[in-house]
Write a protein that binds this ligand. Sequence first.
Ligand code: DC
Length: 218
Amino acid sequence: MKSMSQSPLIVAIDGPAASGKSTVARKVAAALGLVFVNSGAMYRAFTWWVLENGIDPGDTAAVLGLLKSTGFECGEEDGTGTIAVGGVRMTRNELAASAVNAGVSLIAAIPEVRERLVAEQRRYASSRGVVMEGRDIGSVVFPDTTHKFYIDASPEVREARRRAEGIVDSIAQRDRIDSSRKASPLVIPDDAMVIDSSELGIDEVVGSVLERIRSSAE
Ligand code: DC
């Protein structure tokens, strides 16, 4: 593909919680030989660290104090981006804990937290091709990439998906905070391809994304 041999290919996939974007992004990355990066996991990891340090996610001053003294290390394992916060790699269960679900939108609304993590995300993609998913990847982190996707699904379908995973998650509340915050709210980038996954299987969504990337790189 043309752009693979030039600067690293960046595919941005945004969408609300439980829209299926992580699964889609992981499969697209595998198909293209790129690294899959879940940027939500970075916000979750820092939220876990805030809680681990006994700080209330609503106490912005204390969160900022901790942010200053915290190091982030991004790496790669089996084609997936990893992050250590304060030298600690959290497990999948820790990142999906209900206390993290409840606090992460508050943490992600703090501009200084976003600045730090966006800098890490850009640095990461400067040396390798990525499929990165999140809320602001096409709008803020990589506004210049030509490969932007927005994966949506109805609130009912998204709630049902989380329940089926056995995860306690206040999707509606996170949607509200993520979409209404001042700093980089969840938006559909103007030039993104929008796919509603409510009635589609994952492979159909992945197929549409790959077809679009391949046709625009020809
Ligand atoms: O994708 P997720 O549900 O794991 O993301 C967790 C939270 O992190 C989400 O509620 C909002 C925030 N987030 C963000 O603000 N920006 C991103 N690029 C990714 C996630």
